[in-house]
Write a protein that binds this ligand. Structure first.
Ligand code: UD1
Length: 342
């Protein structure tokens, strides 16, 4: 019998790619999304790729009554992948309470609804490598210490993990896997879904593709005086479809009772660090477009270097990122061209 899985934020960037993967691997899903940072058309994209029209509920997870009603209406739910959260770092510094109320409030509402089901329940949490800050040792393993969060957004990920950990100690029925993403990029190879940043993108790859599409005059490279090979910061860019697959592996692990502990964390990256200039160079190669870019001041709060040690995810989740940076950038560019009719 297929398991029914709730995907919160399932129309968002990582949520939509994971929804596709879940459907393709035989899971029955219910997507909830408040459409605050996503678009209903994404549902059509998911349908085009999978041939399945998943159940969709427009819902604000901050509304406790609505969350309870959803769980009462779906007694056959056995798992959740929780993506729904605000994620703009800068905005979180300006409006911290908005972030704590939404990201933490929604998580608590969900956990209380899950507890009241009184049955085994698998929970995958969208976490971030931001919890490590500037790690002292590279590559970063899951044992690296959690550093003080640089932003309220980052703090909601740390607090979220702590709330989930405590829940697994008090309630043996709840199983959790927290996935710490490095830098997700790219889109589905079908070009039916991809990243849809609202307003001016803050992240590197959507800014690159929009600049190549002529939306911005040039790309600002934030600093070239870091202690790295070419002076620009280093990140671990992972194809969003690879990332999506890891969620399904995690879910299967919990459902098959394979966990060593009811709370587990995994780093999800490729294990390879690339500098901003390397990303630009590879993008130019795969797209055939010359990018206008300019070196400007460092961006406050940026860490110098982060890339994952993926040994634990490779071994325990039996998962490995398959796509390289060129592949991921190619899909990001194809998606941008489709959006802009290029
Ligand atoms: C950022 C967030 C991080 C969040 C992650 C989600 C900050 C400080 N950090 O991480 O908390 O978890 O996004 O994906 O916002 N860059 C440019 N020009 C640009 C944009 C970026 O040079 O226009 C550089 C940055 O300086 C950085 C690299 O590109 O070195 C990647 O930046 P970005 O995509 O914003 O990701 P993170 O900084 O890793």
């Amino acid at each position: 019998m297929p398991s029914k899985i709730l995907v919160t934020g399932g129309l968002g960037y990582i949520g939509s790619h994971t929804s596709v993967e879940l459907i393709q691997q035989g899971f029955e899903i219910i997507i909830v999304d408040d459409l605050s940072n996503s678009s209903i058309e994404v549902l059509d994209g998911i349908k085009k790729i999978t041939g399945v029209s998943p159940e969709f509920v427009k819902l604000n997870l901050r509304d406790k009554k609505e969350v309870n009603r959803l769980f009462e209406a779906c007694p056959d739910l056995s798992g959740i992948i929780h993506f729904a959260a605000h994620k703009a770092v800068g905005e979180s510094i300006d409006q911290p309470l908005k972030y704590y109320q939404n990201n933490i409030g929604s998580l608590i509402n969900l956990l209380q609804a899950i507890e009241s089901m009184r049955k085994r329940f698998s929970f995958i949490f969208s976490s971030s490598c931001t919890v490590y800050g500037q790690a002292d040792k590279l590559p970063i393993t899951e044992k690296a210490p959690i550093k003080k969060a640089e932003s309220p957004y980052g703090n909601t990920k740390q607090i979220g993990e702590e709330i989930l950990y405590d829940s697994t100690r008090s309630n043996r029925l709840i199983k959790v896997i927290s996935l710490r993403y490095f830098n997700p990029i790219g889109g589905h190879p079908s070009i039916e879904i991809g990243e849809l940043p609202k307003g001016k993108p803050q992240n590197l790859v959507p800014f690159i593709t929009q600049t190549a599409a002529g939306i911005h005059k040039n790309l600002n490279v934030f600093g070239n005086d870091y202690p790295t090979l070419d002076g620009t910061c280093i990140r671990d860019y992972i194809h969003v479809v690879d990332l999506a697959e890891a969620h399904v592996s995690g879910l299967k692990r919990m459902m098959a009772n394979e966990q060593n502990d009811n709370f587990e964390v995994f780093n999800l990256g490729t294990g390879k660090g690339k500098s901003v200039l390397e990303v630009i160079k590879i993008f130019e190669k795969v797209s055939g477009v010359n990018l206008n870019y300019e070196i400007v001041e460092r961006r406050p709060g940026d860490i110098v270097e982060a890339y994952a040690d993926t040994t634990k995810a490779n071994k325990v989740l039996r998962w490995k990122a398959k796509n390289d940076l060129g592949e991921a950038l190619k899909t990001a560019w194809e998606w941008e061209k489709k959006l802009r009719n290029i």
